[in-house]
Ligand binder design. Structure first.
Ligand SMILES: Cc1cc2nc3c(=O)[nH]c(=O)nc-3n(C[C@H](O)[C@H](O)[C@H](O)COP(=O)(O)OP(=O)(O)OC[C@H]3O[C@@H](n4cnc5c(N)ncnc54)[C@H](O)[C@@H]3O)c2cc1C
Ligand code: SF4
Length: 481
């Protein structure tokens, strides 16, 4: 089955035996749980669009290992064109779902591993790349969604892994066997974890020799014995339990994150892609981070939704012709398209690695992600400005249905006489959802911390800038030898 449909994807999740907890209880039916379901719908969109002829070019690719058509989320970039299409795919899906569609983390992990496993083999004569390609074929053949698991809980941030009072704060190997290794630890903030078939673990920071037990990368089925998922909460999440079609803002889609605990889990050798080669952990972190920083084209698609919502709110409020409103909409578009420029630029300036995989320009990917830590906040500020205070003081949908209160809400919340009050309430709830509700988890805080907090990009920018070249240019012009 080289490419699943959305329905087949849903059915495949039903066959998993995940151990998931939420609100202190085991979730028996993960797929139909009303809090989790919108996030499953968002991943399902990545399967659905791959079957639409108008999106085929962006959503699918030809596998370099089998020559078959595969979903681009399982593809290893073979050209600059692939990198550019990846950015376009992110924007498309962000606009379709208005939230995080979760599947990019796994794609970025596969691509980073295709480079680093090759480079480790080149240095040590190991066979990680061969194992990786076999695993990749398995992922492509089954069209799996993969959770890319990098972030450890990290305990005391001032201490390296081996100095932590609790050694499990970073994922590590606790036993080496003939047939594989046993690992212990956890991965925090895992996007789309319970919508995934597979999970690939990577180290979270550069490691030194003393930390070599922590320098490991491996893949497991998401329902492997010993793995437990504890769902994260998102602001306003329980609105999804209330029914109705208004108060949750985005009626169809959402994202989720989870803490994933690995309690002495066995990994067979053919699923191990890095084992104690500590000096490659930095490269793996940087390569994954660069790909994932490019992936934030998704925020441009969500920005499209936000701008569309702000313009609609302005029209419903009757202020769309005011000069300052027009100017604010232009500013929102300027910021959003600047983000788009960044993700296209780092793709267009990509290069071929020794393994044959194309990698983005790492400096530009970091500059792009650094802009992502800022611009969505400004876009959100402008959207809230245009929407007006009602977006946070609106009574509930139930009050709109109650005979005692409906007439007052319809009367007093009407603005543009041509627009039903219900429509105005819907659009304001969407802006609330994106800037303060469940979707703000991904549009705002994930923009800040996901794929690394701002300081991580500043460090990379300072490492990658060619300062001598700039100084030479300046000195030459003013006559300094
Ligand atoms: C919504 C969301 C989804 C995510 N999805 C994924 C995912 O799918 N997979 C995944 O692996 N990760 C994921 N992440 C994790 C993300 O990569 C981390 O949040 C990010 O790397 C920051 O780590 P942290 O949250 O532990 O914060 P911290 O590391 O605690 O950082 C908090 C602040 O402290 C600073 N700081 C930290 N350590 C030091 C230090 N030693 N010295 C000085 N300053 C320091 C940071 O710069 C930052 O300003 C996600 C995060 C979010 C918010
Ligand atoms: S935040 Fe964006 S890049 Fe990250 S997984 Fe979600 S959709 Fe993909």
């Amino acid at each position: 089955m080289p490419m699943m449909t959305a329905e087949q994807y849903e059915e495949s999740l039903r066959r998993l035996n995940l151990v998931v907890y939420m609100f202190g209880k085991r979730v028996e039916n993960v797929v139909d749980d009303p809090i989790i379901r919108p996030s499953m719908n968002a991943v399902a969109k990545t399967y659905e669009l791959a079957h639409r002829p108008e999106h085929e070019d962006i959503m699918t690719a030809t596998s370099h290992i089998t020559g078959k058509k595969v979903n681009r989320f399982t593809h290893i970039h073979q050209s600059i064109d692939d990198l550019v299409k990846k950015s376009k795919m992110g924007r498309l899906l962000g606009r379709e779902t208005g939230c995080c569609f979760q599947r990019c983390v796994g794609m970025d992990t596969l691509n980073a591993l295709s480079i680093v496993s090759f480079d480790i083999d080149t240095k040590y004569g190991t066979e990680y790349y061969k194992r990786f390609l076999k695993y990749l074929e398995y992922v492509q053949q089954n069209d799996f969604t993969v959770d890319g698991a990098m972030t450890d809980p990290k305990g005391d941030r001032s201490l390296p892994p081996h100095k932590q009072p609790d050694p499990d704060q970073f994922m590590h190997v606790v036993e080496e066997r003939k047939d594989g290794i046993v690992v212990r630890g956890a991965k925090a903030h895992q996007t789309g974890a319970v919508n995934s078939h597979e999970i690939i673990v990577m180290p979270t920071i550069s490691m030194r020799e003393e930390d070599k037990d922590y320098a490991i990368s491996f893949a497991l089925p998401s329902d492997a014995e010993g793995i437990t998922y504890i769902m994260g909460r998102q602001s306003c999440d329980t609105r999804k339990l209330e029914g109705g079609t208004m108060d949750q803002g985005n009626l169809l889609f959402g994202g989720h994150e989870a803490l994933v605990v690995f309690d002495d889990v066995f990994v067979p050798w053919d699923r191990v892609f890095m084992y104690r080669e500590y000096e490659f952990s930095r490269q793996l972190v940087e390569q994954f981070a660069a790909y994932h920083r490019q992936s934030y084209a998704c925020k441009v698609g969500v920005g499209d939704v936000m701008i569309g919502a702000a313009q609609t709110a302005a029209e419903y409020n009757g202020v769309e012709k005011a000069s300052h409103i027009r100017d604010k909409i232009v500013e929102m578009n300027h910021l959003n398209e600047t983000l788009y420029c960044g993700c296209i630029a780092c793709a267009s300036e990509g290069h071929k690695e020794p393994s044959g995989t194309y990698c983005v320009n790492i400096l530009l990917a970091n500059v792009h992600k650094h802009n992502v830590t800022r611009f969505p906040y400004e876009i959100s500020r402008l959207a809230q400005d245009i929407a007006g205070g009602l977006m946070v003081t609106l009574p509930s949908e139930k009050d709109l249905q109650s005979p005692e209160t409906a007439k007052w809400l319809k009367k007093y919340f009407k603005a543009n006489p041509d627009i039903p009050t219900e429509h105005r309430m819907h659009i304001l709830r969407l802006i609330e959802n994106l800037t303060l509700g469940t979707a703000a988890t991904n549009y705002l805080t994930e923009s800040m911390h996901g794929a690394g907090s701002p300081q991580a990009q500043r460090i990379m920018i300072s490492r990658r800038i060619n300062m001598q070249e700039k100084q030479r240019a300046a000195k030459r012009l003013c006559g300094i030898e």
